[in-house]
Design a protein around this ligand. Structure first.
Ligand code: FES
Ligand code: FES
Length: 568
């Protein structure tokens, strides 16, 4: 073991002397050694998500790629140490605009925003550029821009309990809204683990598991995260040069119809799986403040924490790295399908990667009868899960809308011009009693996203700020699914090759267009609507690309647009 080194520095105004391993990062020093939980580990040591952003001598730095020894003699400021008025103003602004949902990404964004404001550089362009150092999976960026550079006053009479109910409805898991969330206090399992817990990190024997349950995992357990990861030999993942082309071949064309093949898509919740458990106790939930878009339903972390704590007689904290979450977590199932209108009936014929599932009926009111046949297929690759956000509603919706458009039948659910009509929005209704949505996506002449208009009926909105936030977030994710998101996977071994958080193709702040959300007068109880928004926006985006490019792309991500977006 190399000799530890002494680092003297000033942390949030207090002189500190800390003993660190020579290869320890500033993130580990602050979070693990000093217990500062506002900093989050979303991708360490990739340095790509911004969740660990701190100020070093007043300049924003990502702590996971900053060696701890480099701050010797310097001043480090975390969210906890920001000027109290500046922090409180930013927190209020983020709550008022719905700019923080799970809140995992927000502390790092607040620290960078504070630095921009302190230096008088918080105009819209500078903030958009600065957000390039961050990732947010929940909010779709526009509310964050509103919070930092827009009008961030609370609507009169706003009630945060209604906002929390709306957030829980949309996130399909308990979720709160309030000042603690932007501060990173959303209740993440890894933040609440006792400081003296043993730390377990997964050591995958192989990455060819067909399901999370089948994954054979070994665990490396040690006294600290740094020691466990060092012993596990964890190395940072890379971005692959392999394309994210869909694993299933396109089916044969059908006369007058459309074809679509989609790729593996990483749910990319920002907070990697974590849990902890005392011997004989109940493991902490990895779901935290939201539902991870359905991606953690079968997480192996809680069971491992329970078993390891029972076996070792100590509290055990289980922590995934970003690479672990990508290798082990389920993906949106790829599909390959055709859709065509024949004899007055819409025929959808498709295959999907994954275990047999009961495929729900085509959602909502449609103008023609629909006959759908879907078959499961095995395919080397990461596990898939049908519980991921808006699956298979979005797949069904885009196929239906495209086939009806090709047949000259306007279902009215989505369109590329100004024809979005409230009376027809029910065509994208969620079958499970959810809300309704229509969408319009505008691209500029170069094919870049210019603007999205969403109309949504969600019953009682409960809180329009929260509803809007979830609609913008769903819009962002839908645009990414159609345009830019996909994973490189080795065709033979099934190994995921894109392990960095930037390589999933998530749209960045600068590539995300303004999103206008109109909440329709929709009497009745509150209904979840963001899945309907996802489906409507995806269908509208596919139509918009088709209109601009003059032909319909047959794969998601649509490769030409992925390249155009990457260039921004
Ligand atoms: S954890 Fe440091 S940038 Fe992601
Ligand atoms: S609020 Fe940004 S990742 Fe959840």
């Amino acid at each position: 073991m190399p000799e530890p080194l002494q680092v003297e520095f000033v942390c949030n105004g207090t002189p500190r002397t800390v003993s660190v391993a020579p290869d320890e990062s500033l993130l580990t020093l602050l979070r693990e050694d000093l217990g500062l939980r506002s900093l989050k580990d979303g991708c360490a040591p990739q340095g790509q998500c911004g969740c660990c952003t701190v100020l070093v001598d007043g300049a924003a730095r990502v702590a996971c790629v900053t060696p701890a020894t480099r701050v010797a003699g310097r001043a480090v400021t975390t969210l906890e140490g920001l000027d109290a008025d500046r922090r409180s103003d930013l927190v209020d602004a983020f709550v008022n605009t719905g700019a923080s949902q799970c809140g995992f990404c927000t502390p790092g964004i607040l620290v960078r925003a504070a630095a921009l404001l302190d230096h008088g550089r918080a105009d819209a362009g500078a903030v958009e550029r600065a957000l390039g150092a961050h990732l947010c999976r929940c909010t779709g960026w526009r509310t964050i821009l509103d919070a930092i550079v827009g009008d961030a006053h609370a609507p009169a009479g706003r009630r945060l309990d209604g906002a929390s109910t709306r957030a829980s409805l949309e996130g399909q898991n308990a979720q709160r809204v309030g000042a603690g969330v932007p501060l990173g206090e959303g209740g993440f399992a890894d933040d609440s683990a006792p400081a003296d817990a043993l730390v377990a990190v997964p050591l995958p024997l192989g990455s060819r598991a067909e399901s999370v349950e089948a994954a054979e995992l070994r665990w490396v357990v040690d006294e600290s995260l740094h020691a466990a990861r060092s012993r596990a030999g964890s190395t940072p993942g890379r971005r692959s040069t392999r394309s994210s082309e869909p694993p299933l071949p396109l089916p044969a064309p059908v006369p007058g119809g459309v074809r679509l093949a989609t790729s593996w898509v990483e749910p990319a919740y920002l907070e990697p799986d974590a849990s902890w458990c005392e011997p004989g106790g109940e493991p902490a939930s990895p779901l935290a403040n939201g539902g991870a878009f359905g991606g953690k339903v079968n997480s192996a972390a809680p069971a491992a924490a329970r078993e390891l704590s029972a076996a070792l007689g100590r509290t055990v904290r289980v922590v995934y790295s970003r690479e672990d979450a990508v290798r082990l977590g389920p993906k949106r199932p790829p599909i390959a399908a055709t859709a065509a209108l024949r004899d007055g009936t819409l025929h959808i014929d498709g295959r999907y990667v994954g275990a047999p599932m009961s495929w729900p009926d085509a959602p909502g009111a449609v103008t023609v009868p629909v006959l759908e046949v879907w078959s499961p297929v095995a395919c080397p690759g990461p596990p898939t899960a049908p519980a991921l956000r808006a699956f298979p509603l979005a797949e069904q919706t885009v196929l239906r809308e495209a086939a009806l458009t090709e047949a000259g039948v306007d279902s009215g659910a989505c369109c590329v011009d100004d024809r979005v009509a409230a009376a027809r929005l029910a065509t994208v209704a969620v079958a499970t009693g959810g809300g309704v949505a229509g969408a319009r996506v505008k691209l500029d002449d170069a094919g870049a996203l210019a603007r999205v208009v969403v109309r949504v009926g969600a019953g009682d909105p409960l809180d329009e700020v929260a509803l809007r936030s979830f609609c913008v977030g769903a819009t962002h994710m839908a645009l990414g699914w159609v345009l830019s998101e996909g994973l490189g996977v080795d065709r033979e071994s099934g190994e995921v090759l894109d392990l960095t958080i930037r390589s999933f193709g998530i749209l960045r702040a600068r590539a995300t267009p303004p999103v206008e959300v109109e909440v329709l007068d929709d009497p009745g109880p509150a209904r979840a609507a963001s899945d309907a928004v996802f489906a409507a926006v995806a269908a509208a985006a596919w139509e918009a690309i088709t209109a601009v490019e003059g032909e319909r792309p047959e794969t998601f991500p649509a490769r030409s647009t992925r390249a155009a977006i990457a260039a921004r």
